[in-house]
Design a protein around this ligand. Structure first.
Ligand code: HEM
Ligand code: HEM
Length: 182
């Protein structure tokens, strides 16, 4: 794929943040949604889910700081006003969920019924100082917002594929590492 000019693509750092976090979120949605059914035989799945989720939280903090200092490229002129609004709303909802999902998971795992909380067995992750009520509420929120996030990701991916294969513009290309090759 051809290299895109700097003002028509995301920075290479933004691109790697996007794909690293996307891979981890997809893994966590799959584990979260299927750990009691298809993945029931995989005993360590929730331990991995928790460690991956905490990693998403840390990477998202770095990603937001980078994003505040680096504006994304403007959308191509063929994108209608309502589509710009929808894309903006979806992106900010995804950013919010990238914080809220790990935080609610961490809070619910810090309630009275505690299981080991480690980062891939390498070091312990501290429990949050939350009440039983907050942990219970966080559990509900984690479940409901998990479904919301899965739905938003499906819409987000469908929109990206529509740009690439139907509208044939550069919206997907500018989020690919090959667009930023030097
Ligand atoms: C990117 C971050 C995360 C995503 C997208 C995510 C998503 C999900 C989803 C969709 C579920 C299934 C909801 C249900 O059926 O109850 C789930 C369950 C769960 N999550 Fe997360 N999660 C994330 C981070 C975390 C973190 C950081 C922790 C803890 C430190 C955590 C702990 C759990 C636990 C213990 C369950 C099982 C709940 C149960 O079976 O009742 N999650 N997660
Ligand atoms: C699964 C988890 C994913 C999450 C949480 C996520 C989140 C985001 C966020 C927050 C942005 C906005 C970036 C910004 O302008 O600051 C974005 C942009 C983008 N994402 Fe994702 N994404 C995910 C997966 C994917 C996948 C699988 C694809 C492709 C099939 C994709 C394609 C894109 C594209 C093309 C853009 C740029 C849109 C534009 O230029 O306006 N994303 N993503």
């Amino acid at each position: 794929m051809a290299t895109l000019p700097r003002d028509e693509r995301y920075s290479i750092v933004a691109i790697w943040f996007h794909w690293a976090i996307a891979a981890m979120v997809i893994l966590n949605l799959v584990i979260g949604l299927f750990h009691e059914s298809l993945l029931a035989g995989w005993k360590g799945s929730i331990g991995i889910h928790k460690a991956v989720g905490i990693t998403v939280l840390v990477l998202t903090a770095g990603r937001i700081l980078w994003r505040l200092a680096h504006r994304p490229p403007t959308l191509p002129a063929n994108v209608a006003g309502w589509e710009r609004g929808a894309a903006h709303a979806a992106h900010w909802a995804l950013y919010a969920l990238l914080f809220i999902m790990p935080l609610t998971g961490w809070a619910m795992s810090s309630g009275p019924k505690r299981y080991p909380l480690t980062w891939f067995g390498l070091f312990d992750i501290p429990y949050l100082p939350v009440s039983a009520g907050t942990a219970g509420f966080s559990h509900e929120a984690h479940e409901v917002l998990g479904f919301l996030m899965a739905g938003l990701v499906v819409i987000h991916v469908a929109a990206a594929l529509r740009h690439h294969f139907l509208l044939r513009d550069r919206v997907l290309a500018r989020m690919l590492p090959s667009a930023a090759r030097h």
